[in-house]
Design a protein around this ligand. Sequence first.
Ligand SMILES: Nc1ncnc2c1ncn2[C@@H]1O[C@H](COP(=O)(O)OP(=O)(O)OP(=O)(O)O)[C@@H](O)[C@H]1O
Length: 121
Amino acid sequence: MAPDLRPRARLSSLGHAWRGLRTLLRSEANARIHLAATLAVLIAGAALGLNAGEWALLVFAIALVWVAEALNTAIEHLANALHPERHPLIGQAKDIAAAGVLLAAISAVAIAALVLWQRYA
Ligand SMILES: Nc1ncnc2c1ncn2[C@@H]1O[C@H](COP(=O)(O)OP(=O)(O)OP(=O)(O)O)[C@@H](O)[C@H]1O
C-alpha cells in the first residue's frame, strides 16, 4: 500500500506520538525521573552558557535516554499484551530492554558530567 503523505495523515501521526509521550510520562515512574534530570541539565547548561557543540552533546545524551525508555516501555506493553503469563524469554527480553535504558542513562550521566564540569571548572 502506498504511504499516505497527505498533511492531515502526517499530523495525525504526530498526534499518536504526542499521545505516546503523555502515556509514557503518566504511567512510567522512570520517565518522570528522566524529566526531572532533563530539566536539571537544561537549567545547568543555560546557567553555564554552553556553546553550540556542548549543547549538541547534551541534547544527544538526553535524547538517547528518552528513546531507550520509550522503546523499553513499548516492549514491556507488547510483551504484557501478547503473553501475560510468565515466560523466561519474556523475562529476558524485558531485562535486556531495561539494560538498554541503564546503558543510555550511564552514558548520559558521563556526557553531562564531562560537559558541565569542564565548563564550570
Ligand atoms: N512475563 C514475565 N515472565 C518472566 N519474567 C518477567 C515477566 N514480566 C516481568 N518479568 C521480570 O520482572 C522484571 C520487571 O518487569 P515489569 O514488567 O514489572 O517491568 P518494570 O517493573 O516496569 O521494569 P522497568 O523498571 O525495567 O521498566 C522484568 O525485567 C523481568 O525480569
